[in-house]
Ligand binder design. Sequence first.
Ligand code: ZN
Length: 236
Amino acid sequence: MIIDTHAHLNFKAFDEDREEVIKKCLKANLTVINVGSNYLTSKKAVEISRKGIYASVGLHPIHVDKEVFDIERYKELALNDQVVAIGETGFDFLENIEKQKKVFSQHIELAKEVNLPLIIHCRKAHQELLDFLPQKISGVVHCFTGNLSQAKEYLNKGLFLGFTGIIFKLDLKKVIKEVSLDKILVETDCPYLGDEERNDPFFTKKVIQEIAKIKEIKKETVESMVSGNAKKLFRI
Ligand SMILES: [Zn+2]
């Protein structure tokens, strides 16, 4: 089984054929964690998780200006059975960083309370994120785009690194080659970051293939390892 550990089938891009896409995935032995980016998309992720997939609930840093993180409301969502993580939360550039930090702290608090790992977003703010994170923390830095030394620092904190189709666009070969396979997750961030107009969870297969190529190992090995990693982290 492959697990797309970061998808957004809860977003509008899938309004027309969401059910079909989910069915197609499950039929192909591909399961999905749909990640919320605000209250509404988190709620949607929980709703569609009832079809036999999974959800994460959180407020994306790009939305911290538009919505307050009401911890009680999110907790209510987080207590649903199929919710396996808190997020996405994190830093998106450094604008508004104080607010982003405050909301991130609330996510950390909630994750502790409900005993779930975090799905962390980071765009162009890796040093600030590394300085901000506690010494040990359970979760994944999703769609990793940092350098090797930053990767190692995240691993030291106990985090996994998630790789998307962005590995076909940015040069992350050195990081992928060096990072131990037991710390890697695959994801799509669909509908974004694919080579088609609307990406979908099947793109994880291409990501797995590319990781296998870079690491010079069999794709079956990558597939079973990354799936095992996801099951372990998200207790699926
Ligand atoms: Zn995302």
